[in-house]
Design a protein around this ligand. Structure first.
Ligand SMILES: [Mn+2]
Length: 244
């Protein structure tokens, strides 16, 4: 089995809420690890992660420990960066054994062709401000400059404030099936260019949805605020959204 989840936003909310989310997440990891060929974490696992050369954010002990325990046992875990944890460097890979993926991926799993992406920074060609912002956020030079100049406490405080703002823009009452259109458009274009694609998987929208037509299947993963809908791909190549 292959499992996909995203947008856990570890650390979001007050302390009790964040702790509860983390406990549910490690429980989920334990459960799917029982028969997983690989686990895909499709972005925004952390609500804010910024890594210095020698410093990482406080917290997340259960998650980091669980990831390390599972990969030590030989479970394969892929960690896509999302727009909230794009500043990951090599800590999660070296310490927790996950494979960090900085870009959307095309993969063959269970005999099916998949395209997997967090879903941010797509179809932004007609949004110049967003495009500029995304380029800045992703710039290695700016990140290095920032980590040399800004004290970690200040950086984390700023990041947590910014994350809260950004997350609220994806709050439940603001996302409708219509909000998914820009990613569905992207998926249609992608399928035209890569006709052999069987499944496309996105996170980012915090809105679980299984879009299916005769020749296109796009699966959106939920976030972790309440009921979780993750995707499972079995060895026969059937993909489905499941509730945790
Ligand atoms: Mn998110």
């Amino acid at each position: 089995m292959y499992y996909f989840t995203s947008d856990v936003h570890l650390g979001a909310g007050d302390e009790a809420f964040a702790r509860r989310t983390e406990q549910r997440f490690v429980k989920w990891l334990d459960k799917v690890a029982e028969d997983a060929d690989a686990i895909f974490l499709v972005g925004d696992i952390f609500d804010f992660w910024f890594e210095y050369g020698k410093v990482i954010p406080k917290g997340f002990a259960r998650t980091l420990g669980k990831l390390a325990e599972l990969t030590d046992r030989g479970v394969k875990i892929y960690f896509f960066i999302g727009n909230h944890d794009m500043w990951s460097r090599d800590y999660l890979e070296r310490e927790c054994g996950v494979k960090i993926l900085y870009k959307p991926q095309r993969m063959t799993l269970a005999g099916k062709e998949l395209f997997i992406a967090h879903g941010d920074n797509m179809n932004v060609g007609n949004k110049p401000m967003l495009k500029l912002m995304n380029t800045g956020f992703r710039s290695r030079t700016l990140r290095l400059l920032f980590s040399w100049l800004v004290h970690p406490d200040l950086a984390l405080r700023f990041g947590q404030w910014w994350s809260g703002k950004s997350r609220k823009s994806h709050a439940k009452d603001r996302i409708t099936p219509k909000s998914l259109d820009f990613l569905l458009d992207y998926a249609r274009d992608y399928k035209k260019e890569h006709p052999s694609t069987d499944y496309i998987i996105f996170g980012h929208m915090h809105y679980p949805y299984d879009y299916s037509t005769k020749d296109l299947r796009v699966t959106f993963l939920s976030n972790w605020d309440d009921e979780v809908q993750y995707a499972a791909l079995d060895r026969e190549g059937n993909l489905s959204l499941k509730t945790f």
